[in-house]
Design a protein around this ligand. Structure first.
Ligand code: NAD
Length: 476
């Protein structure tokens, strides 16, 4: 289906740009839809719409905005099946995963709405150094640009949109060019939820559309999720303009198996820890660090786990590995498989393009052994179903290997002894550590250290990202 419109000021309006880009089903390589590549004129219109909606939304009050989040959650829940179908169609996410996305989005909106009292409570502070007191007001930063990648088309927008709307910001969203359709459906939810016109706007397009938004004079805040390379450009553009920015970027996270770990727990959780969403997950722990004296056992365990699950049609409920999102992503991942072989790593499972598929961007899920942490497959983000098993000598060596990375997004520590695991977690230079599993907590800050980003999302800290302060000082 060809769409010619963008969601601006509460309406689907014809784009000024006549350029389009195609949305391809990665499992079938069929054309699903085409959407406008918004130009700078479209971006101007969307930003102007957000700007004109801002004062009324800001002044509505946090409780009213929280109710609006609740209504949006209801509208997403009503369209859960359609949303799931779109995510799997445009991104190739297996339905076992995508069917959780609408529920997760609705829950996240409701959880964020519960933070409203943080905004409505008066914060009156006595002046400790002179007579008088100050009323500290939390005010929304203004118009926020939300730019997201394709790997979780709904969730990655919701975790920005929810706190931004609650804070009182108005929005222009630019999803990834590969996956605009779930976001288009989200705009129908926004409309049905009665969120005032202009509070949420959508422009579709690629890098140029994103740049026009980041560089727009009337944008007050940028929240970006995507690659570290793009994050550096966006951070620089925001720095130039002294514009607050949140950057959620790439990772190359470790999973450390301590010598007292329970192998059955690893067996049960490894896929979710390391290869969720066909490995296209920023926080995937794709370096499995294991004791050198048990290396072969853990290589076998990982190989068995990865070989035991189905690669196939993402619409089959029992598929774990679907296609990668695009031909470009498949080339990237296959390129890393070649680099791994050239560097001396051995694929004990997989290692090439998937056989048995006449269509679709499938690669073989792969476990590499004989990996040294200095190899490119251990240092660079592959963003595909590839696990590198690395031997360590002792705990100090494990911690040193884990921290020897430009990234610092996530980690997992496997151990039967939770205190010992926490002791290792405390030594990791990373934003998040899971013990015996990996799953973030929507009430706790999520964000990367080092090249994995700047700032956090989730919880009260994620709300702060869309606020600034005005202190009003009274004499006694
Ligand atoms: P990408 O950086 O190429 O693109 C992400 C989005 O930014 C897209 O919408 C793209 O059009 C836009 N964009 C790219 N360059 C831009 C620029 N200079 N100015 C403005 N917009 C620009 O990333 P991708 O390949 O779509 O996504 C995969 C990456 O996202 C991986 O590195 C992954 O680790 C990261 N990611 C991080 C998190 C996190 O929370 N840390 C979550 C998911 C994905």
């Amino acid at each position: 289906m060809r769409h010619d419109d963008l969601f601006i000021a509460g309406q689907w309006v014809k784009a000024h740009s006549s350029k389009h880009h195609d949305v391809i089903n990665p499992a079938t390589e069929e054309l699903v839809a085409s959407v406008p590549d918004a130009d700078s004129h479209d971006v101007d219109t969307a930003v102007a719409s957000a700007r004109s909606a801002f004062p009324a939304w800001r002044d509505l009050g946090a409780d009213e905005r929280a109710h609006a989040l609740g209504r949006l959650a209801d509208e997403i829940a009503l369209r859960a099946d359609e949303m799931t179908r779109l995510i799997t169609t445009e991104n190739g996410t297996p339905v076992a995963e995508s069917s959780g996305a609408p529920k997760h989005a609705a829950a996240h909106l409701r959880l964020t709405a519960e933070l409203a009292p943080l905004l409505s409570t008066a914060d009156d502070r006595p002046n400790p150094m002179a007579p008088g007191h100050s009323l500290v007001k939390r005010v929304p930063v203004g118009v926020a640009a939300l730019i997201t990648p394709w790997n979780f088309p709904l969730s990655l927008i919701i975790i920005k949109l929810a706190p931004a709307l609650l804070a009182g910001c108005t929005l222009v969203i630019k999803p990834a060019p590969e996956t605009p359709l779930a976001t288009r459906l989200l705009m129908d939810c926004v409309s049905a939820a009665g969120i005032p016109d202009g509070v949420v706007n959508l422009v579709t397009g690629g890098v140029e559309t994103g740049q026009a938004l980041v560089e727009h004079d009337d944008v007050d805040k940028v929240s970006f999720t995507g690659s570290t390379a793009a994050g550096r450009h966006i951070g620089a553009a925001c720095g130039q303009r002294l514009r607050p920015v949140t950057l959620e970027l790439g990772g190359k996270s470790p999973a450390i198996v301590l010598d007292d770990a329970d192998p059955s727990v690893i067996q049960q959780n490894l896929l979710k820890v390391a290869m969720r969403n066909t490995g296209q997950t920023c926080k995937a722990c794709t370096r499995l660090l294991v004791p050198a004296n048990h290396y072969d056992e853990y290589v076998d365990l990982a190989a068995d786990v990865v070989a035991s699950v189905k690669v196939g049609d993402p619409f089959d409920a029992d598929t774990f590995f679907g296609p990668l999102v695009s031909a470009r992503q498949r080339e990237r991942v296959l390129g890393y498989y070649e680099i791994a072989a050239a560097e001396g790593a051995k694929a004990v499972v997989g290692g090439g393009a998937a056989t048995g598929f006449t269509k679709g961007y499938y690669v073989e899920p792969t476990v590499f052994r004989d990996v040294d942490n200095g190899m490119r497959i251990a240092q660079e983000e592959i963003f595909g179903p590839a696990l590198a098993v690395i031997a360590y000598r002792d705990i100090d060596d494990a911690v040193a290997i884990a921290n020897d990375s430009p990234y610092g997004l996530a980690a997992t520590v496997f151990s039967r002894d939770l205190d010992r695991a926490a002791g290792v977690a405390n030594r990791l230079a990373t934003g998040n550590v899971g013990i015996n599993h990996y799953g973030s907590n929507a009430a706790a800050p999520f964000g990367g250290h080092k090249d994995s980003g700047l700032g956090t999302e989730f919880g009260a800290e994620g709300l702060e990202a869309y606020l600034t302060y005005t202190s009003i000082h009274y004499q006694a």
